[in-house]
Design a protein around this ligand. Structure first.
Ligand SMILES: Cc1cc2nc3c(=O)[nH]c(=O)nc-3n(C[C@H](O)[C@H](O)[C@H](O)COP(=O)(O)O)c2cc1C
Length: 327
């Protein structure tokens, strides 16, 4: 089966390619999403997880995470466990221009699960149902879910996620992304794609988006073949190769070192334009390390990255990596 190129729909929202950039906390902010869209191939981008409690309190951090530049299609992801707060949060997402609002039912971090949010919702079906129906009632944009395979192996083996699927259909969820690890696994072991296949087999009313361990373009093709999922969501692999979405759609698409360096340079400039200087430098240090992996001279660049306080010097260093011919 060739990788599908056709658009798919989440409710009335048309997604031009069945490829989704996964939400990544402290990574998929506005500059990152703009960069990944400009590289091309991706059909849908998602904000990092935004606390619904923080959002309705107008906490500065949550409001900054809402920053967006009229990008479409675009999903905002909320965390929380209070139906009223999530409903109000969803209204704020809709008002700020999001096309979709997603409920995080997968985050394994204990500071999130302690309050009953993230993957802890997988232990409390009635609460998850109350949260989702409050969100669906509060907004006109489609409400979607991103979930794990269960809280622990026991729950996964009992197939409890299938009860959740039926509940999602009943309350009017319009798409589901599954990262088929349990909460107990965090990021250990392998994502069990058989869970995605089982979800697809039930013939749900909404598209199923497969996620987990797609580390090269061929994995995305294999995920569609093996699970029948309607779209593929990619997270960590896009951090070392932001071109991966283009390569999934066009396996002949070649990425040269010069393209990777140019992308890194333009992304650094975007961060410096859009963020406060300290925050931009912090992101440059973090992301520069991933983007230059495998580039000749990249290891020496990364050693300088850690101590550098001057972003312009890093830009010059990167230009130099292109070699004298490109200068
Ligand atoms: C650094 C990091 C941050 C993440 N942040 C979020 C998040 O904010 N919301 C969410 O639903 N999942 C989050 N995830 C999970 C990813 O979206 C994705 O489900 C997981 O990484 C598996 O996909 P992958 O193998 O393609 O990376 C995060 C994962 C990582 C590694």
């Amino acid at each position: 089966m060739a990788f599908p190129h056709d658009p798919f729909h989440i409710g009335p929202v048309k997604i031009p390619h069945p490829l989704v950039m996964a939400p990544l906390h402290e990574i998929t902010d506005q500059p990152f999403r703009r960069m990944i869209r400009e590289v091309g191939g991706v059909g849908l981008v998602v904000s990092e997880m935004i606390s619904s409690e923080g959002l309705i309190r107008h906490a500065r951090k949550a409001e900054r995470m809402m920053a967006s530049d009229g990008e479409h299609p675009y999903a905002m992801q909320l965390s929380g466990s209070s139906p009223e707060v999530l409903a109000e949060g969803a209204r704020l997402c809709e008002a700020s221009g999001a096309d979709l609002v997603d409920l995080n039912m997968g985050c394994p971090a204990s500071n999130v699960t302690r309050g009953g949010a993230g993957s802890a919702l997988l232990k409390d079906l009635p609460r998850a149902e109350a949260c989702l129906s409050a969100m669906v009632r509060a907004v006109r944009i489609p409400v979607t879910v991103k979930m794990r395979a269960g809280w622990d192996a026991g729950q996964k083996d009992r197939g409890t996620f299938l009860d959740f699927l039926r509940m999602f259909e009943a309350v009017g969820v319009r798409a589901l992304a599954i990262h088929p690890r349990t909460r107990t696994q965090h990021y250990d072991g392998r994502a069990d794609w058989a869970v995605i296949a089982r979800a697809v087999e039930t013939g749900p009313l909404f598209p199923v988006i497969g996620n987990g361990d797609v580390s090269c373009p061929g994995d995305a093709h294999r995920m569609v073949r093996e699970t029948g999922c309607g779209a593929v969501m990619i997270g960590r692999a896009a951090l070392t190769n932001p071109f991966i979405f283009r390569q999934v759609l066009d396996p002949g698409f070649e990425v040269t070192e010069a393209m990777r360096i140019d992308l890194t340079l333009s992304f650094f400039r975007l961060l410096l334009d859009l963020l406060e200087p300290r925050e931009a430098l912090h992101k440059i240090k973090k992301i520069g390390g991933w983007f230059t992996r495998g580039i000749s001279g990249g290891a020496a660049f990364r050693r300088r990255l850690n101590d550098c306080q001057d972003p312009e010097a890093l830009l010059r260093d990167l230009e130099a990596l292109k070699g004298p011919a490109a200068a």
